[in-house]
Structures are given as C-alpha cells and as structure tokens.
Design a protein around this ligand. Structure first.
Ligand code: AHM
Ligand code: MG
Length: 330
C-alpha cells in the first residue's frame, strides 16, 4: 500500500483536507468532495442530537421494527432522517440504502453515487450514554443516467467502494474514512463546529492482544475454529474488550491492535452483522490500514451481495490475528 499521500499537518479542517486531496477522486472531483461534506454535515447534526439525548424525549423505542426485526429506537430514526436528508439535497447521490429502510431509495436524479449507510449502529447503547456510530459506504452508480435504479446499482462488492468510513460518537466524536489511499481520522471540535485532522495515515498493527466478542454467545457458537481461537486468546493472556457498539470496538482495535469477532450463532446462523451496512465499510478501512476482514472463508470485500440486508460472519482487525482464526489447529 502506497502511503506517502498526506502532507497536511494535524489541525487542518476536514474541508481543507478534502479540497487538498480532490485530485485523488478520479472523475467527479467536485461532486465527490461535496458528498463527503454532506456526510460530515449530517454527522454534526446527529452529534448535536445525541448530546441532548438524556435531556429531551428522544431515547427509547419508537415502537417500529426494521427489516432485521430489531425494534427501532427514536434516535435510529432521527439519525436515518438526518443522513437521508443531507444526502438527498445536493444531487451527487442518486440512490441510498439504509439499514433502517427495507428497500432502496431512488432519488430520481442524475447523481453519480450510491450510498449505503447504517445511520446509528449500536443504538442499544444510546439509552445508557455509551458510544455509538454511523457507518457509510460510497459506490458509483452502475445503471445508465436517466434510467430508474435497480438492485443491480446497490448489490456491489465491497471491493467496488469508492470511499467508506464511520463516525464514532464518543467522549469526543471522530470521523474516520478512506478513499482507497490510506485512512485518516478527524476529531470534532464542537466550539468551532469543525472536524479537525487528528490521526494521519492510520495503520493497524500486524498483531495485537485484544479480542472483542460477545462471549455470552459462546455456547451457541458451533464453529470449532472460533472455539479454539477463544481458548488460544485466554491461554495467551489476551485482554477481552467488548462494548457492543461495532464502531467503538472496531476503532479501539484499529488504533491499539486487536480483533473483533461476530461468528455464526444459533440465533444468527450467518452472523448478525450486515454485509452492506457494517462489514464492507469497515473492511475497506481496515485493509487500507494494513489489517484484514474475513468471513471465515474469504475476504469480506470479495463477497458478492445477493440481497441488500444480508448478514455475514465478521472477523476483522490486525492481520495476524484474523489469519490465526482460520487456522485449523492452533
Ligand atoms: P445494530 O445495527 O442493530 O445496532 O446491531 C449491530 C450491533 C453492533 O454494533 C454490535 O457489535 C453488535 O450489534 C452487538 O451484538 P450483540 O448484542 O449480539 O453482541
Ligand atoms: Mg448496525
């Protein structure tokens, strides 16, 4: 991976960073930059709402269920509305899929880009003031301009992403993304209302000693490779860390070295996490940072999606740790 690209200092704004790197985005320079800015703007709005979460009536369940059968939180819906609104306005995006919407949204314009978004991941944590996140992927439109979109425009491999990233709403909020040219992180400065470059060319160490899994599920994990790997982690004296907010667990392991596992379970025989809303974006980020993302058999980015809401097992993080999971005997 070529890694010589960032010559801007820590402290520049996201806007300035995007502008300085515009020549990376082959094709539609202005549109792509504007799309990244739209995502950042929606992130600021959601951040503002989340900061008020304990004070006004936006916590708790909305009494509606999403396509995965999860009861939607009021904040899930609020974040969904904010992101869809921000992405719909500019004309850069022609189609959106969201974890919170059953089908794709055709914006019926000539935008060049498709966005897949999980507007508020880990939202069961919001009622207890624990970190949550937004995850996004950007693809190119496939169908001809002027024609209605079809699933064909959305069911693209992770390998085809033009950009991907996440926003972590935590003690301080961060936007971390890649356009296929390394990974950079921006920390939100609330008094300025700006995301500021704070983590340049993030790399994930090849090995680590943190493993992140919901071990309460261990009796319903049938894959002996996973069971063996968990034993190996304990025998090696690794540290277990699990927040239950994928973005937060992923971000920690990205920076410190570690692995996140969500294997098939009795309840979720093909894993719980969504390929198009969660796994693909984080897989692109981790590969760009030098790590790996696999489903137990292949790279996440090479999976051909067949449905928008399909799930996948996910093993993601430091490359040596991900490799070890698939070794038949440890
Ligand atoms: P969500 O999209 O409904 O929020 O579910 C995804 C979340 C991830 O953030 C997290 O890693 C995982 O579900 C936790 O699942 P579990 O409670 O089964 O450990
Ligand atoms: Mg989610």
């Amino acid at each position: 991976m070529e890694n010589s690209r960032i010559d801007l200092p820590i402290g520049v704004t996201l806007d300035r960073f995007i502008k300085s790197n515009e020549n990376e985005y082959i094709g539609a320079v202005g549109a792509f930059s504007q799309l990244l800015r739209d995502i950042a703007l929606a992130a600021k709005v959601v951040n503002r709402e989340l900061n008020k979460a304990g004070l006004i009536d936006i916590m708790g369940n909305a009494g509606i269920y999403n396509s995965g059968g999860d009861e939607q939180k009021k904040l899930d819906l609020l974040a969904n509305t904010r992101f869809i609104r921000a992405l719909s306005k500019g004309g850069e995006v022609c189609g959106i899929i969201s974890e919170e919407n059953e089908s794709f949204i055709d914006l019926e314009n000539n935008g060049k880009y498709i966005v897949a978004i999980d507007p508020l991941d880990g939202s069961s944590n919001i009622d207890v003031n624990v970190s949550v996140g937004t995850i996004f992927s950007i693809y190119k439109r496939k169908s001809d301009f002027g024609k209605p979109l079809s699933e064909f425009d959305f069911l693209q491999k992770g390998r085809d992403q033009k950009a991907a990233g996440y926003i972590l709403f935590g003690p301080s909020s961060m936007l971390v993304y890649t356009t296929g040219n390394g990974v950079n992180g921006f920390t939100y400065e609330p008094s300025l209302g700006e995301f500021i470059l704070s983590n340049i060319n993030i790399t994930c160490s090849q090995n680590g000693s943190i493993y992140s899994i919901n071990e309460g599920l261990s009796k319903s994990i049938k894959d002996y490779k996973i069971i063996n790997y968990l034993d190996f982690c304990k025998e090696s004296g690794y540290t277990a860390r699990y927040i239950g907010s994928l973005v937060a667990d992923f971000h920690r392991n990205l920076l410190k070295g570690g692995v996140y596992l969500y294997p098939p379970t009795n309840k979720f025989p093909n894993g719980k996490l969504r390929l198009m809303f969660e796994a693909n974006a984080l897989a692109f980020v981790i590969e760009q940072a030098g790590g790996k993302a696999r489903n137990g058999e292949m790279d996440i980015l090479d999976i051909q999606p067949t449905t928008i809401h399909q799930t996948t097992p996910l093993y993601i993080g430091s490359s040596d740790m991900v490799d070890k999971i698939e070794m038949p005997s440890l």
